[in-house]
Design a protein around this ligand. Sequence first.
Ligand SMILES: *Cc1c(COP(=O)(O)O)cnc(C)c1O
Length: 368
Amino acid sequence: MNIASLTKISVRNQPIYEPGKPIEYVARELGLDPAGIIKLASNENPFGPSPLALAAAHRALEQAALYPDGGCYDLRRKLAVRHNLHEDQLIVGNGSNEIIELLGHAFLNEGDEVVMATPAFIVYKLVSCLFGAKPVEVPLNQWHHDLPAMAAAITPKTKLVCICSPNNPTGTANQEADLLAFIRQLPKHVIAVVDEAYAEFLASPPDLHALIREGRNLICLRTFSKIYGLAALRVGYGYTSSELAATLNRVRQPFNVNAISQAAAVAALDDTNFALETKNRNHAGLEQITARCRELGLEIVPSVANFILIKVGDGARVFHELQRRGVIVRPMKVYGLPAWIRVSIGTWAQNHRFLSELNEISRSPPLL
Ligand SMILES: *Cc1c(COP(=O)(O)O)cnc(C)c1O
């Protein structure tokens, strides 16, 4: 028996996730000096980790011989205060990606349907397929989640509906009132999953807590990977009803979040300065890139997140050309947008470097 024929059908058919390329990979592949390469491919924080988080992580490392707190008590308590919820309403994961997978473990049977937008974060689709559920993909309307069309896509088989706001890869957000109305009209057999990975970059994030207090089937996901700069530590969380959190707790590993990450996340929440600076600098970077793209005559999708879609003609070619010049971005063909690249907002200097390389490429031969 070969492995392929022994493998579960859902796993055999599982699409493969291609992450942004690490700097060291690109350096090795292209024979470049890693020090000269910049990565604007995974929406990481270009200002590094929160300094308070980094100091706390160093201290926690001293206790590495001990198992972590499997219940993430300190972190959940801190998050409960922040969200004005009970500790039992928080679930912490090895990145918010783990929580998406836990939702699959807890709720997805074979043949269930998961309603999601397209293009949106690809992990909703991957997790659906992994559990033999059917991803029901609803096209965006003018780059935004088409909430009326998503409501119409719900059937008796629908188990989850995923909303990514701001959406990856488009950087667009739905209005608070629309989200509230959409979730309030969902039938009782559907759980809403609102992925708020980039909510902290918004001028005023939508407030969905009232829905949780009303007892709606809703979980909101947040992450320490973006605004707090802790992507390598893999920590994210969900806030929801205590019943839904308890259900997810049953399907996670006992020590799913390591002690270094827990300590760093607790400290990061106190680093309001760092989060605010990141948000402000990101805003300036968005304007820097938007303005220059307009000068170059390149279409963009106006973004409220820490990345932006740019229409470059042949996305794969521009991706390779930029990579050869030491700038890693993300081609968008897998998202059905072959003419576009997605670029994370970097430091002022990184953005400047990206823009001048893009300009060079656009001169010979023409981009569009
Ligand atoms: C980056 C990102 C996340 C965060 O994932 P982690 O597992 O917490 O690193 C979640 N959702 C979306 C849409 C993202 O872009």
